[in-house]
Design a protein around this ligand. Structure first.
Ligand SMILES: Nc1nc2c(ncn2[C@@H]2O[C@H](COP(=O)(O)OP(=O)(O)OP(=O)(O)O)[C@@H](O)[C@H]2O)c(=O)[nH]1
Ligand SMILES: [Mg+2]
Length: 330
């Protein structure tokens, strides 16, 4: 059995840069145990003022596009430049497999072995929304701990890349070279949220294809760009495996921050993200109250029954539930 840690242990551990303590803090954040959640909240409260200094970067791409390989070499190039890098994963598929990104840790073998890096797989067994919320909290802890760059990785299937784009400053989309057919298959929504599209695996005999893909994505991005941001998305060729184009990508990230920090645009983006985070937490809290508070839940079920029996109409039913929530005893 591991020793039960107190708030002070986390304060000391963070000061000493004890990575095992950061890990334990994230485990508390992810825990469903009420006591653990309470302590997790205290830890975040304590460190909240020290958060927000890291560069938050989302990286997404379809399975096999080379995310792990890319993050490994890209992350190492940042570490070589003197930065500390944390990698958090949101993997909606891990609910079924129990954590495919865990196996991935071995694919990021350089980062996994580096003292300047921290890799954390997605907590499994919850909804995408739940995972996202935990990842946001873990991101704050990584920032408070002193990581300069927090990478949030997600598999490009479904809604998760949009979710990730809403919690990071900069969203990098990895693409495969592979001709025009590819473009048809890409969901427009993903391209719309990308700040940079990296055509990966631009090495060996795939270089010509990568150049063609670069042209196509550039055209697509130009059409899709709304022009409502000071930043114009870019398309760059790279190879995670061979380490090609990584500097160019990092320079784009730096350029992005320079542009977005003018006129407080980045702050505005983060404020918007914070507001929508608050709303989703609030909704989650309401849902929890209604399902977990016995008294409220009974009322809810009764009202629901009356609704389907036509004793109440939908307006009355909703109002009744709302009233019981707002008149709840504290
Ligand atoms: N030629 C080439 N192959 C690469 C490159 N990056 C990755 N690969 C290969 O592509 C395959 C998938 O790479 P991963 O890094 O595991 O891809 P991933 O996107 O993390 O995959 P999932 O975790 O399954 O979503 C492996 O066989 C890699 O060796 C690259 O830059 N060039
Ligand atoms: Mg991977």
């Amino acid at each position: 059995m591991k020793k039960q840690l107190q708030l002070q242990d986390f304060v000391d551990g963070f000061k000493k840069k004890d990575i095992a303590i950061l890990s334990r803090a994230i485990t508390l954040v992810e825990s469903k145990n009420i006591e653990h959640q309470k302590l997790a909240r205290q830890i975040i409260d304590t460190f909240y003022k020290q958060t927000g200094k890291a560069k938050r970067i989302g990286i997404s791409g379809t399975p096999g596009v080379g995310k792990s390989t890319f993050i490994d070499t890209f992350g190492m190039s940042l570490i070589d430049a003197g930065l500390k890098v944390a990698v958090l994963a949101i993997d909606p598929t891990s609910q079924k497999t129990g954590g495919s990104i865990l196996g991935d840790k071995t694919r990021m073998h350089q980062l996994a072995a580096s003292k300047e890096a921290f890799i954390r797989p997605s907590p499994s067994g919850t909804t995408l929304g739940g995972v996202a919320s935990k990842t946001r909290e873990s991101m704050l802890l990584c920032e408070a701990f002193g990581f300069d760059v927090v990478i949030v990785e997600t598999v490009g299937v479904g809604q998760s890349e949009v979710t990730v784009s809403q919690m990071v400053d900069f969203f990098l989309l990895l693409m495969q070279p592979g001709g025009g057919d590819d473009l048809q298959g890409i969901k427009r929504g993903i391209l719309e949220v990308a700040d940079l599209v990296a055509v990966n695996k631009a090495d060996g005999d795939q270089q010509t294809q990568a150049s063609i893909a670069l042209q196509e994505y550039s055209t697509a991005i130009k059409i899709l760009h709304h022009g409502d941001s000071a930043w114009t998305p870019k398309v760059i060729k790279c190879s995670g495996l061979k380490g090609i184009g990584l500097d160019e990508i990092w320079n784009s990230v730096l350029e992005y921050y320079k542009i977005m920090e003018k006129d407080q645009q980045l702050q505005f983006k983060r404020d918007q993200q914070l507001k929508s985070w608050m709303w989703s937490m609030l909704m989650e809290k309401v849902e929890n109250e209604l399902t977990q508070n016995d008294q409220l839940n009974k009322k809810l079920l009764r009202t629901q029954q009356e609704l389907i029996e036509n004793k109440l109409n939908i307006m009355q039913a909703t109002q009744q539930i709302f009233d019981s929530l707002t008149h709840m005893e504290k």
